[in-house]
Design a protein. Sequence first.
Length: 490
Amino acid sequence: MIDTEILTEIQKMDLCSPPPEQEPARQYYFIRKLQSWMEEQRAEKGRMLTCHVKTFGCQMNARDSEKIIGILQTIGYQETDCEEADLVLYNTCTVRENANLKVYGRLGQLKRYKKKHPEMLTLLCGCMMQEPEVIEKIKTSYRNVDIIFGTHNIFKLAELMAMKLLDRPDSKKMIIDIWENTTEIVEELPNARKYSFKGGVNIMFGCNNFCSYCIVPYVRGRERSREPEDIIAEIRGMVSDGVVEIMLLGQNVNSYGKTLEHPISFAELLCRVEQIEGLKRIRFMTSHPKDLSDDLIEVMSKSTKICKHLHLPLQSGSSRLLGIMNRHYTKEQYLDLVRRIRQKNPDIALTTDIIVGFPGETEEDFADTMDVVEQVGYDSAFTFIYSKRTGTPAAAMEDQISEDVVKERFDRLLKRVQELAAERAGKYVGETVEVLVEERNGQDASLVTGRTSQNYLVHFPGDETLIGSVVSVKLVESKGFYYIGECVEG
Ligand code: 5AD
Ligand code: SF4
């Protein structure tokens, strides 16, 4: 649902004057222009125009896609799952090489669709588009793409579309608008949320950490935080629309607020969010261990709304490698942090990210990673094979590890991570816990599926009317990755 106040502002735009300089009014102007164009298209074609947005990668991208879909729907497009739509947009990821390969695979397919439907509008955006060599490749091998933009100027979508569709409809020239960086955060744009009861809220953009393997700081730019007032206002608006759970999003939420004119800490922000009436659950993602403060541990332990789940990327258990990765903590400091978190929050679920095969990783380094996994006992872990990203310091390091050594270590790690997670999984059987019901079960229509505060999946008998509510469920059986439960409320 698009905010009605924004829709009213858009309707008020005077199209006889030149476009305003200020944002977001400038974008409202182009959206209004495209709405008129859309009316003509509908009359001509005798149907609604459709759009298909495909998202690759993380929750940041998923959130960006909601903003993109919001703009497209306001223009008048109807969203569809079908890839042969009037407008197709790929919001790309580049964190690992295989993310890029997936996009190139889809682009091949898109080329065929476009041959069949030459009037189809094709757009690319997201992290992969911030890489100059990707743009070169698209310019030479995928010349039928119409518009490319990056991570910093998503808010300009309508303006770029107006340039293509209204100013030069017959030109085959690709429109490419990539910014290297920005400090600008444009608020108050249309925005279509995927779920009515939960949603992500950006609290900051970019990353300043420059972990030596990671491309994110190069493609998402320097860290910049949103004003706490804007964040609170957004959440209040969501809650009044029926949202009960929010996920605060940032590459490193623990450094939130440092760049603001009046700095505030993440722990302070959480305390303010906690006070929002009607909001039931708060999650956040991702925490960097080096910035996780005792204040945050304290706030989490006292809160009645912050979920009992912390995603705390380890990356490696070897202090030597952590140094080369530029992570600013040692194995011992990480373990001590986990101890302090658990001391104050005994029932917290911990999850992590681990990279296997970073350049120069020895068997001894890997043994340290296995040791941390053993000592922490994660509830789940995302394990990744190191992927060389052009432009990052690690890509230039000698001693890249051979594929078979990495594969063998990766399999060993994955097996152990799964065994340990399975051991922990039965832990809550017999307990009655709060579950936010998210959907009807895909396999068995008599069941619904939801998540506990610890982010465990639970399937239990119930119907659609429960979706979006928090109910008490007794966990009767563990199935490894999920629980079977029964509702204990009338
Ligand atoms: N290779 C493999 N994994 C990576 N990640 C980031 N960069 C790379 C890379 N070059 C992983 C990290 C991060 C997660 C989002 O992706 O574990 O926490
Ligand atoms: Fe990448 Fe490190 Fe920033 Fe995370 S904290 S986005 S791993 S550079």
